[in-house]
Ligand binder design. Structure first.
Ligand SMILES: Cc1cc2nc3c(=O)[nH]c(=O)nc-3n(C[C@H](O)[C@H](O)[C@H](O)COP(=O)(O)OP(=O)(O)OC[C@H]3O[C@@H](n4cnc5c(N)ncnc54)[C@H](O)[C@@H]3O)c2cc1C
Length: 369
């Protein structure tokens, strides 16, 4: 048997952050992941500066060795390519990163013993300990296996049939010199396109020599059709470089206020997408993954797992209580008209869409332990 204080299943941002925090407190941690790293993860890859602060990461240090960390100074926002608002800030308000690089960096840095390329095949309880795959033993288990986390499925009840998911598709590719010259998307100002039915949005995010084109929707019906429509719109606006690869990759995740997934139970906690934590309006999931990892580590080190749920609700609000927008009370045609006017309005786009929904500028970083 390999014995540890904590076993983390999943080495994405949630798992590696929790392991990093626990290791610094002197606990012995194992991280088990199905994949070898570096591995890719379907994601637009924008993160806010608060995340760097929480992870005690300097952008310049991270960039050493050629890692991509694209400073972002604003966003251009429109309703389906209608009148747009280009909102910029004097300071960096986000960064564009590549998940294959960021996740591998964080996992390597965390200091835990890594068991990679090994999916969780079997999990059982032996007295007060968990035993995974017959040889990894620990009294505390952290489920960090993302949307399809096996720990969540085995221990937190399978609520998947009841919960609405965000379904998303994207293509991320390296621009050659000609494509780069003919791609009008500014690396410093990515573009967001809200869907006319307001059930999702699409994006064009350029980071260094890479372009990420994607769409996420609350209504999973015909996502591929919506993605095709968006690509056609981009083409008509001259936004897509020639020879954009047609193959898209998909993934799903769950919003914090739309799930009954438990945050933990006897001897275990769930963090990141495993718990369904993405921010309701933007679908941002990396910051909740990092913050839940930090809060879980605090609860584990205090030997008070129940405090994790309380701390999460204090930070993110009450679970499973969808918050209606004022616009939800308007008939759809009027709503679309109103929202089109508002989203194309610089003041609204800045104050509500960006400062509030996407950047959470009023929310200070969590202090790490
Ligand atoms: C198209 C798309 C775009 C997005 N864009 C953004 C964005 O720009 N910014 C943002 O903040 N969020 C974005 N998100 C959300 C974000 O990607 C997730 O919220 C984030 O990855 C959650 O991190 P995590 O560590 O919880 O899970 P993950 O990153 O999914 O990591 C889970 C890990 O668990 C491992 N695992 C899975 N099953 C097993 C198993 N059986 N045994 C062992 N290991 C296992 C996996 O290999 C993986 O390494 C996007 C999501 C999608 C789908």
């Amino acid at each position: 048997m390999d014995d540890f204080d904590v076993l983390v299943v999943g080495g994405g941002p949630a798992g590696s952050t929790c392991a990093w925090s626990l290791e610094r407190l002197g606990l012995r941690v194992a991280v088990l992941d199905a994949k070898q790293f570096p591995r890719d993860k379907v994601c637009a890859g924008w993160i806010t500066p608060q995340i760097l602060a929480e992870l005690e990461l300097e952008a310049s240090h991270y960039a050493e060795g050629g890692r991509t960390i694209q400073p972002i100074y604003g966003f251009e926002v429109s309703l389906a390519g209608g009148k747009s608002a280009r909102v910029t800030y004097p300071e960096v308000i986000s960064y564009g990163i590549l998940r294959c690089e960021l996740d591998a960096y964080l996992l390597e840095r965390c200091g835990a013993k890594l068991y990679l390329g090994q999916p969780l095949r079997e999990l059982r309880r032996e007295g007060s300990h968990w035993v995974a795959n017959g040889f990894l033993r620990a009294p505390v288990l952290v489920g960090a296996g993302g949307h399809f986390c096996p720990v969540a499925r085995q221990l937190a009840g399978d609520v998947r049939s009841e919960e609405p998911v965000i379904a998303a598709q994207e293509v991320e590719f390296e621009l050659d010199a000609e494509q780069a010259a003919r791609c009008p998307v500014s690396p410093e100002v990515p573009e967001l396109f809200f869907e006319r039915d307001l059930l999702g949005y699409a994006w064009l995010v350029r980071k260094g020599s890479m372009l990420n084109v994607g769409i996420g929707r609350q209504d999973t019906h015909d996502l591929a059709g919506h993605a095709r429509e968006f690509l056609a719109l981009c083409e008509s606006l001259g936004k897509l470089p020639p020879r954009t690869p047609p193959k898209r990759h998909g993934h799903a995740y769950v919003l914090y206020d739309q799930t009954k997934r438990a945050l933990g139970g006897d001897g275990f906690v769930l963090i990141g997408d495993s718990a369904g934590l993405a921010w309701p309006q933007s679908g941002e999931g990396i910051r909740p993954a990092v913050e839940s990892g930090l809060l879980a580590a605090r609860a584990i080190s205090n030997k008070d797992l129940a405090s994790y749920s309380r701390d999460m609700q204090e930070r993110f609000g009450v679970r499973n209580r969808p918050r209606p927008y004022p616009s939800d009370y308007l008939p759809r045609v009027i709503r679309t008209w109103v929202v089109e006017k508002l989203i194309g309005n610089e003041r609204f786009a800045r104050r509500v869409v960006l400062d509030g929904w996407f950047l959470h500028r009023d929310q200070a970083p969590l202090e790490s332990l």
